[in-house]
Design a protein around this ligand. Structure first.
Ligand code: PEP
Ligand code: MG
Length: 321
């Protein structure tokens, strides 16, 4: 079976009825980028930059960051590369950053909220990203966006840093897309409004499920509520994809669900454009997708979304496969 998959390494991902989709990799370090390409990745759908900030005793400098981001962009050789800005807080702490102790850190000052609170730190990362952008096909993505104001504020900082670099005659790519993760229900519900201003969405189901079901993604006591196939999640995913397409934008998914065998046929039917997963899952997903008809999967969408429970969804998909 592995040998069969290996043949697909340099192939595009196309459904049985001829529709292309993009399979990307989720990575945590620049070194992972070569592994992603070796596993057949057509893109990086999520580069989690927080690892660059962790396991050290001070913030990474602008130069260090330029080096890391450039390395990833060069390794991807022009392929789409979605770099997520710092997603710290929650369970991810930095020893050198004295964050307030919070009762509910996952609902607290984390990710984009923290970056907007600490604009100097954030500007350094944005500047490094902009400087690295000349080495490839960079897309900047903000995590944990809950309101349009947050997106606008973050984007404004990108634009300001871009202007500063231009004034210093430092080259910056002029085709950088700026998008957001959809991992908070308010943003999924408001996707039609966001779609007018963002360049793309990437659905972060790891958090979207936890926040929609109000069940901590790490808490075993409530793990029965952690339901990727819950119709509530699927309906939100549909809202996001439809909203983006209506504005001529694209939607990816970079949560674990994107590489899930049961979820893939559903997501294909819903029209998801990009699936980003751990590199080791890519070839298997490519093989699965090559055998699925997008039109046929789309014909099941309405019935699947009308089902009442996650279990019914799972049973339905297993039956049609
Ligand atoms: C997600 O929330 O789905 C996601 C991809 O981000 P992380 O797992 O890093 O929170
Ligand atoms: Mg997340």
């Amino acid at each position: 079976q592995k040998a069969e998959w290996a043949k697909l390494k340099n192939e595009a991902t196309v459904t049985a009825d001829g529709h292309p989709v993009e399979l990307g990799a989720n990575i945590g370090t620049p070194k992972d980028a070569t592994g992603a390409v070796d596993n057949g990745a057509e893109a990086i759908g999520l580069y989690r930059t927080e690892f660059l900030y962790m396991g050290r005793d001070a913030f990474p400098t602008e130069e260090e960051q330029v080096e890391a981001y450039s390395a990833v962009l060069k390794a991807m050789d022009g392929k789409p590369t979605v770099v997520r800005t710092l997603d710290i807080g929650g369970d991810k702490e930095l020893t050198y950053l004295d964050l307030p102790k919070e009762l509910n850190p996952f609902l607290g000052l984390r990710a984009i909220r923290l970056c907007l609170e600490m604009p100097d730190m954030f500007r350094t990362q944005l500047r490094a990203l902009l400087r690295a952008s000349v080495h490839g096909n960079l897309k900047i993505m903000f995590p944990m966006i809950a309101t349009l104001e947050e997106f606008r504020a973050a984007k404004a900082l990108v634009m300001e840093e871009k202007e500063k670099l231009a004034a210093e005659s430092i080259a910056v790519s002029d085709s950088i897309e700026i998008g957001i993760m959809v991992e908070i229900p308010s943003t999924a519900v408001m996707a039609d409004t966001f779609a007018k201003e963002v360049d793309f969405f990437s659905i972060g189901t790891n958090d979207l499920i936890q926040y929609t079901m109000a069940a901590d993604r790490m808490n075993e006591n409530v793990s029965y509520l952690y339901q990727p196939y819950n119709p509530a999640i699927l309906r939100m995913v549909k809202m996001v994809i439809d909203a983006s397409h209506k504005e001529g934008k694209w939607t990816g998914m970079c949560g674990e669900m994107a590489g899930d065998e049961i979820a893939i046929p559903i997501l294909l039917g819903l029209g998801l454009d990009e699936f980003s997963m751990s590199a080791s899952s890519i070839l298997k997903a490519r093989e699965q997708i090559s055998k699925l008809s997008k039109a046929e999967m789309a014909s099941h969408t309405e019935r699947i979304l009308a089902l009442a429970t996650a279990e019914e969804v799972e049973t339905y998909v297993k039956e049609i496969m």
